[in-house]
Design a protein around this ligand. Structure first.
Ligand code: AMP
Ligand code: MG
Length: 412
């Protein structure tokens, strides 16, 4: 008779077993490679100010603000145009007092100029391309204060200041900031590598042809997807037949290659409980929950191993309840907090077993909304589970919950 524990006890034991996953090694990656979703291991510091140099925010005319202070619609100020400056390599010549230069967005503001008058505030409605020698003078129709439309060097980030914080989960806008600062390599945490071992002589890959008595492997692809969604990496995917020696070989290989090993199947009370046979050093127990009762935890070849049951709904629920938060935390993803909801109809529940029913939002989704049970309790009902939005958590002590009862839900 295997040991019986409640869900919280098993969660705590799994968390203790997997505590080592929190301490991630680091690696350097190029921003030109796949960095999305990776977690920054160190603060990124700007090696130079950003903007790198004082530049224009508008297409217009760089001036001394004092020279155009009196300009207004009825009182234009006319300045000679001494040249122009584009967003192009090179340094502009300093601006002489009482003159203007045509300037393009992003171009360096010449020394001596302290404001930019947008082209719309002059008698030039638009520009006709750079180096237009026909522009010899400009009528400024509106005065500008010193600093207007001038982007100061370092106004976005100062040299030596932190641009990106350690722990940031990299998204496109973070890549933009690194690139703009001239940082092409980032130090990120190595994600947790998970080995997924599906056991069962009846299993065929989803792109294979099942013979009599064979079924397609749902757990391998499902758990691989779940691991990736939780910020982990799938280090190995194996399907092994119900032969203890082969299962053992597969598990040792998995342990050698990955940080943690997850198995499915072969842990309940049948005649071919191959994972139990192959892992004599692992604890197998009955967790008071449905689905997902039979669970194993321990180590194989020094690496943590979690043994989930084989029924596909049980395997997925086991991942959500026992492993997802730990992987998310190791990958610096925010926890998926339980969401309170209201039952749309009464449900019955066996005494002493926490139920994780498949549920669907009725009208609105989210905190306080109504949720309905979808499909039956069978842990083989994969299609019913695909129709679900959440798992409805029915406490172990409850035998019935009334229509309108408050429950908590786990996002899927
Ligand atoms: P087991 O605990 O190995 O007896 O598996 C329980 C049930 O889940 C059996 O009906 C298996 O055929 C089924 N099962 C086990 N592993 C998988 C899998 N990877 N994909 C789909 N069904 C599975
Ligand atoms: Mg099996």
């Amino acid at each position: 008779m295997s040991e019986r524990v409640d869900v919280e006890q098993h969660r705590a034991d799994v968390a203790e077993l997997l505590a080592e996953l929190a301490d991630r090694p680091t690696e350097e990656v190029s921003i030109h490679r796949e960095v999305l979703g990776r977690v920054l291991a160190r603060d990124v510091v700007a090696p130079a100010p950003l903007p790198r140099f004082r530049n224009s925010q508008m297409d217009g005319f760089a001036v001394r603000a004092a020279d155009v202070a009196s300009a207004g619609p009825g009182t234009p100020v006319t300045l000679p145009v001494a040249g122009d400056v584009a967003a192009a390599p090179g340094e502009p010549v300093p601006l002489e007092p009482g003159t203007a230069v045509r300037i393009m967005t992003g171009a360096p503001v010449p020394e001596g100029a302290d404001a930019v008058v947008p082209v719309e505030d002059t008698d030039h409605v638009t520009f006709n391309g750079i180096h237009d020698d026909s522009v010899t003078k400009v009528e400024v129709l509106r005065g500008r204060d010193a600093g207007e439309f001038v982007r100061e060097s370092g106004s976005d980030v100062a040299e030596g200041a932190v641009v990106l914080r350690a722990g940031t989960v990299l998204a496109p806008h973070h890549v933009a900031a690194a690139a703009a600062c001239g940082i092409a390599r980032l130090t990120v945490r190595v994600p947790v590598s998970v080995a997924i071992v599906s056991t069962g002589s009846e299993l065929v890959a989803p792109d294979g042809e099942p013979g009599p008595g064979q079924i397609w492997d749902a757990n391998g692809p499902a758990l691989a997807a779940a691991v990736r969604a939780a910020g982990g990496r799938v280090g190995l995917r194996l399907t092994v037949p119900d032969e203890p020696v082969i299962v053992r070989m597969g598990l040792e290989r998995a342990a050698a290659l990955c940080d943690v090993v997850v198995t499915t199947g072969g842990v309940s009370q049948g005649a071919y409980e191959v994972v139990k046979e192959a892992l004599p050093e692992v604890t197998f127990r009955s967790v008071a929950m449905q689905p997902g009762g039979p669970q194993g935890l321990g180590r194989v070849a020094g690496k943590p191993v979690l043994a989930f049951p084989g029924n596909p709904v049980s395997a997925q629920v086991s991942f959500v309840v026992f492993l997802r938060d730990i992987l998310r935390q190791a990958g610096s993803l925010p926890p998926l907090a339980p969401v309170p909801a209201v039952l749309d109809a009464a449900v019955g529940s066996p005494e002493g077993k926490r139920q994780l029913l498949r549920g669907r939002w009725v009208d609105d989704a989210g905190a306080g909304a109504r949720v309905a049970v979808v499909g039956g309790p069978g842990s083989h009902l994969v299609a019913s589970m695909a129709a679900a939005d959440v798992l409805i958590d029915v406490p172990a002590a409850a035998t019935t919950l009334a229509d309108g009862a408050e429950v908590t839900t786990w996002a899927l």
